[in-house]
Design a binder for this molecule. Sequence first.
Ligand code: FMN
Length: 317
Amino acid sequence: MQVNKLCELLHIKYPIIQGGMAWISEANLASAVSNAGGLGVIAAGNAEPEWVRSEIKKAQRLTDKPLGVNIMLLSPHAAEVAQVICDEKVDVVITGAGNPGSYINMWREAGIRVVPVVPSVALAKRLEQKGADALICEGMEAGGHIGSLTTMALVPQIVDAVSLPVIAAGGIADSRGFLAALALGATGVQIGTRFLVADECNIHPNYKNKVIKARDRDTVITGTSTGHPIRTLKNKLAREFLRLEKEGASTEDLHKLGEGKLRLAVKEGDMDYGSPMAGQIAALVCKQESVKEIIEDIVGGVPEILSNVMEVIEWEK
Ligand SMILES: Cc1cc2nc3c(=O)[nH]c(=O)nc-3n(C[C@H](O)[C@H](O)[C@H](O)COP(=O)(O)O)c2cc1C
C-alpha cells in the first residue's frame, strides 16, 4: 500500500501540521499534536534563542514523536534560533516571513527537513531549487501574517509548478477543508485557527471565546498599507488601525500601534486593544476540545465526505 508522501517524509501518522503561532504554540500544544499523530510545531516568533531551546527540550520530554520549529526569518534572533534548531536536532524546520535560502544547507546537513511557507509560485520554484523538502502554500484566508492569494487559487498553481509535496494552509478546519486541499493536489494541510481553542493551547480564555463566538465576517485585514498585512478578529484596535491607515498614517506609527498586541491578547486576554489573530474559518470553530479530538474529527470525517462526493459526481454517462 502506498503511504502519503508527507507522512513518509516527516514520519507522522496523519498529514496534519499544527501551524506555528508566535506567543501561542509552545511545548504543550506542539507535543500534544505530535502525540496525536500530526506534526506539532513550536513557534519561535521574535523570542530569545534560549526560550526556543527550552521549549524544544520541554516538548522532547513530552513526546517521542517528530517535532517542528517555526522560525520567523525577520526576527532579530533568526541566526541564533537557526543554530538552536540544529543543536537540538529538531526533526522539521518551518520557515516564515522571508527567504530561508542562506540556512537551508546548514539544516539539511544536520538531517533536518526544511519546509518553507510560500505565498507565491515564484518563491515556491526558487525554494525547490534551493533544496526545500516540501512547501506550505498559505492562502490569505489564514490568521496572522498573510499573502494576497487565496488557498483555492494558490495551491493548485504551486502543485503544478513544483514536484515537491505541497501542504495547504489557510481556511482549513474540518474534514471538508482537509479533503478539498487534497483534491487541489496538496499532500497535507497546516492548521492554525482550529488549534487556538484546543484544551492544550495555553492562550487566555477570552481569546478562545472570541474565536468560538466569531461569525463569518468577523475577521479583518490590517496593515496592508505597511506591506505587512495581518488577519485578526475585529475589535477596537483593528478599527483604530484601519482608521489611521485610511488617514494615511506613517508605517512607523502603525508599527508602534501594532507592536506587542498579539501578546496582549494571548497573555492578558485584552479583546479590545490586543490583536486576537485568527483566520476566516474561525466561524466554523465552535467548541473547545482536546488536540486528539480535533485531529480525530478531521480524519474521521473523511469517508463520509468522500462518499457524499461520489454521490454528487454520479451523473449520466
Ligand atoms: C494567532 C496566529 C499566529 C500565527 N503566527 C505565525 C507565526 O509566528 N509564523 C508563521 O509562519 N505563521 C503563523 N501563523 C499562521 C499559521 O501557522 C497557519 O499557517 C495559519 O493559521 C493557517 O490558516 P488558518 O488560520 O486558517 O488555520 C499564525 C496564525 C495565527 C492564527
